[in-house]
Write a protein that binds this ligand. Structure first.
Ligand code: GLA
Length: 393
């Protein structure tokens, strides 16, 4: 995104020059899916696609937001006060974040005019909402000199989802976006919040993002349903085991005590949560060992578990992933994020990327009837103020 595009957008809407510019990335998750609310590990990274803002203080006590991605909404005004009802629009993520910061002591001595534009596909499982939350956190931190540490902002972003938007999501998205670092994937233990940053050294390979372009449907209710099934399975295991989360179980323990879960769906969801957690640790080790063949197989294994045990894929994602796995030069592939549409990722040899995009794209179009989109992932830094002078130099 060019700064000049943000500046012009701001001028067109607010009839004034912006003073400050900010960016927050999106994220992909390499492996460790639907484990973050089960006390397991995740292994995400931030990407260079994300959300930009041009900002200027105003002398009201209102926040005026305009998104170049939702021009039909025009300028939306929020107060940032806790207790403000939801509007059901994108601006809820901004209002929610400002309110969470305020609950934690932030004081807004003036309002802001904010022009937003993102290059993340909306609702595609690349965390456009966490990107917006963390963008607002970054803007507020700078414009009101709040000094709220990033990990606290990450937790506040999750509160926005859980308490305001109404999705019982885990901590992964806000963490991946907030703590992102270029060329690095972060192995996070969501049970302890301990994390390790590992260099994402893929040798001759890249991560290819494959977007189904399927509009998200029922994601939030299905997501909450999966979480409920895991909680039900956990409660049954807790009648005999002293555990606080599924993430504490080894594969062997789970197997031994699985007789306590005589409900097929709950058994499958819990099995995914337990095995995916262990698989994530093995995948991170394989990456450290520079054993990309093993890493790729584990990524694909995560994919079948999400397809058959967790049942969060669907025809579009399955078609993309299978078509990719049939190609020469693809080491592994699976859906990423919540699922039910959105994006898949594939680990692909650089030399094979063009052929993979062409063939997978053709198969997808034939089977599904509309095209998929493809992006090579650049693994990027977390939220930041954009230094416009340095960019010009
Ligand atoms: C969504 C949620 C995350 C995580 C993933 C699945 O992205 O926001 O907390 O649960 O789904 O791994």
């Amino acid at each position: 995104m060019e700064i000049s595009e943000l500046t012009q957008g701001f001028i067109d809407v607010f009839d004034n020059q912006p003073t400050d510019y900010f960016f927050a990335p999106g994220r992909i998750n390499l492996i460790g899916e639907h484990t973050d609310y089960n006390g397991g590990h995740v292994f995400p990274c931030a990407i260079s696609l994300g959300t930009y803002a041009a900002v200027r203080a105003n002398d009201s006590h209102e926040f005026h937001f305009y998104s170049g991605n939702f021009p039909e909404d025009d300028v939306l005004t929020v107060s940032g006060n806790p207790g403000t009802p939801k509007s059901g629009r994108w601006v809820d993520y901004a209002q929610g974040m400002l309110a969470e910061l305020a609950k934690n002591g932030a004081e807004y001595s003036h309002g802001l005019d904010v022009y937003i534009k993102g290059d993340l596909p909306d609702g595609a499982g690349l965390s456009s909402s966490a990107s917006l939350e963390m963008l607002i956190g970054e803007i507020a931190n700078h414009m009101f000199a709040l000094d709220v540490p990033m990990l606290q902002r990450v937790r506040l972003g999750q509160q926005v989802e859980n308490n305001y938007v109404g999705v019982n999501s885990g901590i992964m998205d806000q963490f991946a976006v907030g703590m992102g670092q270029a060329n690095t994937a972060t192995l996070l233990d969501t049970n302890t919040m301990e994390y390790k940053r590992l260099p994402l050294d893929l040798g001759d390979n890249v991560v290819l993002i494959m977007n189904t372009n399927k509009q998200r449907q029922l994601t939030d209710s299905k997501y909450n349903e999966r979480r409920g099934e895991c909680e039900a399975a956990l409660a049954k295991l807790q009648t005999k085991l002293d555990i606080a989360s599924l993430g504490e179980l080894s594969a062997e323990q789970f197997d031994e005590y699985s007789y306590l879960i005589p409900a097929e769906n709950e058994l499958k969801r819990a099995r995914h949560a337990v095995l995916e957690n262990k698989r994530t640790l093995r995948a991170a080790q394989a990456l450290l060992d520079r054993d990309l063949a093993t890493f790729g197989r584990l990524v694909s294994a995560s994919g079948v578990s999400l397809q058959f045990d967790y049942e969060v894929t669907g025809k579009e994602l399955d078609t993309l992933v299978r078509a990719a796995l049939n190609q020469e030069g693809v080491l592994g592939a699976r859906m990423t994020g919540a699922g039910f549409g959105g994006c898949a990722i594939a680990l692909v040899r650089k030399a094979a990327v063009d052929a993979v995009i062409a063939t997978v794209g053709q198969t997808y179009k034939e089977v599904i009837g509309y095209p998929a989109s493809f992006y090579v992932a650049n693994i990027a830094d977390g939220p930041r103020e954009l230094d416009v002078q340095a960019r010009k130099a």
